[in-house]
Design a protein around this ligand. Structure first.
Ligand code: ADP
Ligand code: ZN
Length: 523
């Protein structure tokens, strides 16, 4: 006689063809099958889908999966149908007749899993339909989209709180691959998971090598990175603006790298063609705005490069996480400079968000800047941000592989801050560096800055070194760029402690400077 109560493991074997559970999957499946709510935090590729697919099969009724990504829904349903699971989608791509057929199947108990777009689920018609159907569970995928402070905020996700109100007795499982503590709290609040356990898998992606370099000429640096380290590899390059996407793709193409642009301003068909080529051909580099990536499942992306700073560590983690899903060695490379910090701050300040939104956003940006400036292991910093603490050195990030030199930067900082102060806190980086190095540019003489005591007091460093020092002082918060005054650098309250010698300042040395230093000491 057939087994009438199949257990989770036998379904894992027979339906999904997998030999064993991974990590906490088994515990999650048991918890949800028994009717419990939970929040699942697992990195991309960790195996989140099974955590709601199996309980849907094990419990009576149909599992309702809320997902914002039409392409992902389609792929998942195709895979499930192949495995013999009765799955369907309900979204805007269906005709009215098709949608009605799906609704009938749901009511007839002829579906195991139904994928629904959030805006669809929230319609009175759909809520009424669900009220008449037998529902096994609600799975809310990409749950971080409820976070108003997050990088993937989707207003329709806010409305999903209706699920816990209308269906309090149906288990809810929220899943995401990225969430700092603030976002976890928001998910918990909005989806009614206050008393539900959290299952947190490690967010470590050990095969990804993290590397963050100071920006000199970003395009040249990128070309060198690709041709020297990833020739012939598939990769994604992220830029902030459409113009920069176009420009960078063209520059790479001229350098012999097969690169294609991707941004929201391109014709939809062209965009789809570029995406298809990236997925189906070998060694294509896609240069994109962040519009690209969510829901794209290409296992052999060998590198993700950032030419602009993302908004937060979560965004950085999610974007770099698109590299190396197959587990093979991959790179996350970013070039970043002072202008990135200034630009991101300006975008936040000029946004029409509330004061609270701006405060949270600046905090998230600062956390990323400190990851970029750290001289410690990048991986332990990154994981620490998601609540995983470890003091170990990973051995697979730039700082572990070639530890940066850190020097006492008190005098350097004092010279820089004095220079900003003596010139009236009205000038940007370039002018301050001119004064420090003692260049008699037209502007320097026009303002009489060649007569100041700070003129030429910084000849011991070159322009690149001063740029790096300046960036670090801005990152530490001793200097800030004033948007109203065209990026003039001004002293903050904390600068006083540095000028008085009360606050210690350590500065990291740019790798290229080491060579200078060596040759100086030799001569
Ligand atoms: P996520 O949604 O977390 O990004 P998926 O659910 O899409 O991850 O799973 C990623 C890959 O891992 C899929 O190819 C899936 O078949 C595989 N996988 C999931 N669980 C297991 C397991 N227990 N054993 C082996 N492979 C698994
Ligand atoms: Zn490391």
């Amino acid at each position: 006689m057939a087994n009438l109560t199949p257990n989770a493991l036998s379904l894992l074997n027979s339906v999904f063809g997998l030999p064993a559970f991974r990590g906490e999957q088994e515990e999650i499946v048991r918890h949800v099958t028994d009717g419990g709510n939970c929040l699942v935090l697992m990195p991309t590729g960790g195996g989140k889908s099974l955590c709601y697919q199996l309980p849907s099969l094990l419990r009576g009724g149909c599992g309702i999966v809320v997902s914002p990504l039409i392409a992902l829904m389609r792929d998942q349903v195709a895979g499930l149908l192949e495995a013999g699971v009765k799955a369907a989608v309900l979204n805007s791509t269906l005709s009215r007749d098709e949608a009605e057929a799906v609704e009938q199947r749901l009511l007839a108990g002829d579906l195991d899993l139904l994928y629904v777009a959030p805006e669809r689920l929230l319609t009175p018609r759909c809520l009424a339909l669900l009220g008449r159907a037998r529902i096994a569970l609600f799975a809310i995928d990409e749950a971080h989209c409820v976070s108003q402070w997050g990088h993937d905020f989707r207003p329709e996700y806010i409305g999903l709180s209706v699920i816990s109100e209308r269906f309090p007795n149906v288990p809810r499982i929220a899943l995401t691959a990225t969430a700092d503590e603030l976002t976890r709290q928001e998910i918990t609040d909005r989806l009614g998971l206050a008393n539900a356990p959290r299952f947190v898998a490690s967010f470590d992606r050990p095969n990804i090598k993290y590397e963050i370099v100071g920006k000199q000429n970003a395009q040249t640096q990128l070309k060198a990175f690709i041709t020297e380290r990833h020739a012939g590899d598939a990769g994604v390059v992220y830029c902030l603006s459409r113009a920069k996407v176009e420009d960078t793709a063209a520059a790479l193409t001229r350098a012999g790298v097969p690169a294609l642009p991707y941004h929201a301003g391109l014709d939809a068909r062209l965009r789809a063609r570029h995406q298809d080529r990236f997925i189906n051909e070998d060694g294509i580099v896609i240069v994109a705005t962040i519009a690209f990536g969510m829901g794209i499942d290409k296992p052999d992306v060998r590198f993700v490069a950032h030419l602009d700073l993302p908004k937060s560590i979560e965004a950085y983690y999610q974007e770099t996480g698109r590299a190396g899903r197959d587990g093979k060695p991959s790179s996350a490379w970013m070039a970043y400079g002072l202008s990135d910090i200034v630009q991101q701050r300006r975008m936040i300040e000029e946004s029409d968000g509330t004061e609270a939104f701006k405060r949270v956003s600046i905090g998230k940006l600062n956390a990323l800047v400190s990851l970029a400036e750290t001289t410690d292991c990048r991986r332990s910093r990154l994981l620490g941000y998601f609540g995983e603490t470890s003091n170990a050195k990973c051995g697979n990030c730039d700082n572990c592989l070639s530890p940066p030199l850190v020097r006492d930067g008190k005098v350097i900082a004092q010279k820089l801050l004095s220079c900003a102060y003596r010139t009236g806190q009205r000038f940007g980086a370039m002018h301050l560096i001119d004064v420090l190095i003692g260049r008699t540019t037209e502007r320097v003489t026009q303002f009489g800055h060649d007569k100041l005591s700070v003129f030429g007091i910084g000849r011991e460093l070159n322009e690149k070194q001063w740029r790096s020092a300046l960036r670090q002082l801005v990152a530490m918060g001793h200097l800030q760029s004033d948007n109203e005054a065209f990026g003039a650098l001004k002293l903050t309250d904390s600068a006083r402690g540095v000028l008085k010698g009360e606050t210690a300042v350590s500065l990291r040395e740019e790798p290229a400077n080491l060579r200078n230093r060596a040759s100086r000491t030799k001569s």
